[in-house]
Design a protein around this ligand. Structure first.
Ligand code: ADP
Ligand code: ADP
Length: 227
């Protein structure tokens, strides 16, 4: 169960700067897949980072499951984030990369083992657990990055252009896998992309942003049929 509520959220980087996110109001339902689109610099990443707690909120409130998270440290938010430049630890195996966050949290070894293998099975990277990242293809590496995120069983999944470094063919393949993964895990997801097709095929709802302001919030069908 995880709903996200934005109530009149603003962000400015520095007191004398103008806001880059302005009066952002949105309610995201449990298990929804919401896609943020809009030109570069319109505030998409900033909004994700505020949800994750990586950026302060200048004004307004963000609630996750009715809990005000404005002052909650990132580690207490139960959120997993996947970026475009998914940095894997080059000297660790795939297994160790996926296990890393759980080891930091001092989970018992057998629980880590079960969680890592389950994530690897879901992402179909079980055969590569002993390999180092440089022995993997781009798509396999991206799956390891996803594995690191899902292994924590997060309430909320935030993805910032996770496929934009992949070639076109792989992007299409990973797109279907992300849709399948979302169905399977049922995690509330916010996904940032430049790619119209990604937005149209993956989203339950699309949030169109411009200059820090929400321009439109609609289903792909509504957007497709709007003038
Ligand atoms: P998008 O993800 O839509 O490309 P961003 O959220 O990254 O947009 O950026 C929104 C605006 O905030 C841009 O004008 C950007 O230059 C500015 N910005 C982003 N991060 C910082 C930062 N750490 N310090 C100052 N300005 C920033
Ligand atoms: P340590 O960090 O103590 O050296 P190990 O690397 O020996 O731990 O692994 C501990 C447990 O993690 C093992 O019992 C094994 O089940 C699991 N494990 C480690 N690496 C792999 C792997 N590549 N594939 C599957 N399981 C692994």
């Amino acid at each position: 169960m995880s709903r996200i509520l934005f109530n009149h959220v603003y962000k400015q980087y520095g007191k004398d700067k103008s806001a880059v996110v302005k009066d952002f109001n949105l309610e995201i339902e449990d298990k929804e897949f919401v896609v943020f689109v809009g030109p570069s610099g319109c505030g998409k990443s900033t909004t994700l980072r505020m949800i994750a707690g990586l950026e302060d909120i200048s004004k307004g409130e963000i609630y996750i499951n009715n809990v005000l998270v404005n002052d909650l440290p990132p580690k207490d938010r139960d959120i997993a984030m996947v970026f475009q430049n998914y940095a894997l630890y080059p000297n660790m195996s795939v297994y160790e990369n996926i296990a890393f966050g759980l080891r930091l949290r001092k989970l018992p070894k057998h629980e880590i083992d079960i969680a890592v293998k389950r994530a690897a099975r879901v992402l179909e990277i079980e055969p590569y657990l002993d390999r180092k990242p440089k022995q993997l293809s781009g798509g396999q590496r991206q799956r390891v990055a996803l594995g690191r995120a899902i292994v924590r069983n997060p309430q909320v999944f935030l993805m910032d252009e996770p496929l934009s470094n992949l070639d076109a063919k792989l992007r299409v393949q990973m797109r279907s896998e992300l849709i399948r993964l979302h169905k399977q895990l049922g995690v509330t997801t916010i996904y940032v992309t430049h790619d119209q097709t990604e937005a149209m095929t993956m989203a339950n709802r699309i949030v169109v942003m411009k200059d820090g302001i929400i321009q439109q919030v609609d289903t792909p069908e509504e957007i497709y049929n709007s003038p």
